[in-house]
Design a protein around this ligand. Structure first.
Ligand code: GDP
Length: 376
């Protein structure tokens, strides 16, 4: 009798324990993060508990993906920014056209034309050359019958340089990244330019890494980090006041390791100490070139600074071999003629223009499009 009782109690205990075990297992499975049970991310046996507690990986992507910007395509920004260029530079084109369309092109009119060109920062020598060309052509091609607009358009395009190679060299050789060094005085729009170029490249499906080598300005580093975060681009930064060259080195090293297409390096621009700046930029270039060639050195110039900007440009071109110019803040200056002057000064083309503070307010520079915007 007692044996039967023990047997029934035993069976009941085993049954209850089995049921409890099944329930616990079921609940654990239900609370597992999505994907945690898949073979791909499940750790080897024995670590099952850790897997359950690990942060759900897919959730990280889901959390960051929606915050990424989709930068505007180059084609669409060209149309939009051309209107902005027309607004800021249109006065020059309209002024010239009004003067050239006068019935009699007398000396006073030619003088007024010259003044208009000089006011737009085209520079003395290019202005005189242009006026000479216009005078000859409008005389030879016959006052009334010549179309002053067509002649002016052709001559302006010629002056701006339709045949200059304005492509950005953003690709490297032998599977290495292209390295773009961005230089210029503080305030010219350097950091903004690095951020904007990153967006242009991302819009064209390039992979990009940024190097925040302006280590002396914490704000510049933070600003660059924000630009990078918005488009999912990694930003290499060092300790505040640290060696800018080591940041540049690390950015390029990472770029090579990760098979990145282009590494953009922001630099410091303290012109007060030319020797110091020369040492710093020289060292940055040297350490980069231990790993990969610098494919482009872009000088950022603020279009609103006129002659001052030109003096800065000269100093920088003595320090590094500038290969292209980025003219910023053209939206806030009617002096678009600076394009002509700075290209002559440095012998390198304007490759990009900044036309506003918005993240996609930068476009590749094109001579004909620029002149057409000028003439409205
Ligand atoms: P940095 O000191 O050379 O790195 O200059 P920043 O990139 O910090 O830019 C200085 C200021 O110029 C910022 O307020 C930018 O928003 C502004 N800026 C840069 N590019 C342009 C542009 O093309 N147009 C306008 N309107 N502002 C610009």
């Amino acid at each position: 009798m007692a044996d039967w009782l023990y047997l029934i109690i035993g069976i009941a205990v085993v049954g209850v324990l089995t049921l409890a075990g099944l329930l616990t297992a079921g609940r654990r499975k239900g609370s597992a993060p999505p994907g945690a049970g898949t073979d791909v991310i499940a750790p080897p046996s024995g670590e099952a508990e850790t897997a359950t507690e690990a942060p759900p990986e897919p959730a990280v992507d889901v959390a960051t993906a929606p915050t990424l910007d989709i930068p505007e395509s180059t084609a669409s920004r060209l149309v939009r920014l051309r209107q902005r260029l027309s607004r800021s530079q249109g006065g020059l084109g309209k002024g010239l056209l009004a003067l050239l369309s006068r019935e009699r092109l007398d000396e006073d009119t030619w003088e007024a034309i010259e003044d208009t060109l000089l006011t737009a920062d085209i520079g003395v020598a290019p202005t005189q050359a242009l006026v000479e060309r216009l005078r000859t052509r409008l005389r030879v091609e016959g006052g009334q019958s010549a179309d002053p607009r067509a002649v002016l358009r052709e001559e302006l395009i010629e002056l701006v340089g339709p045949d200059m190679d304005r492509r950005l060299q953003v690709s490297g050789d032998n599977g290495k990244p292209g390295v773009v060094l961005v230089v210029g005085v503080n305030g010219a729009g350097k950091t903004t330019t690095v951020g904007k170029i990153a967006r242009i490249l991302v819009a064209e499906d390039h992979s990009v890494t940024l190097g925040a080598a302006d280590t002396f300005r914490a704000a510049a580093v933070d600003q660059l980090a924000t630009w990078g975060d918005r488009v999912g681009v990694e930003v290499v930064r060092g300790p505040e006041g640290g060696d800018p060259a080591s940041v540049a080195f690390e950015a390029v090293r990472l770029g090579i390791e990760q098979g990145i297409d282009t590494v953009l390096v922001d630099t410091a621009g303290r012109l007060q100490n030319k020797a110091g700046l020369m040492d710093e930029l020289g060292k940055i270039k040297r350490v980069i070139e231990k790993q990969a060639a610098v494919t482009e050195v872009l000088l950022v110039l603020d279009a609103t600074t006129g002659q001052n900007g030109l003096i800065q440009a000269r100093v920088f071109s003595e320090i590094v071999d500038v290969t292209g110019i980025v003219l910023t803040k053209l939206d806030g200056s009617a002096k678009g003629g600076i394009v002509v002057q700075v290209q002559r000064e440095l012998g390198v083309p304007v490759k990009l223009v900044g036309l506003g503070e918005g993240p996609d307010d930068m476009a590749p520079f094109d001579a004909a499009a620029f002149v057409d915007a000028l003439l409205g």
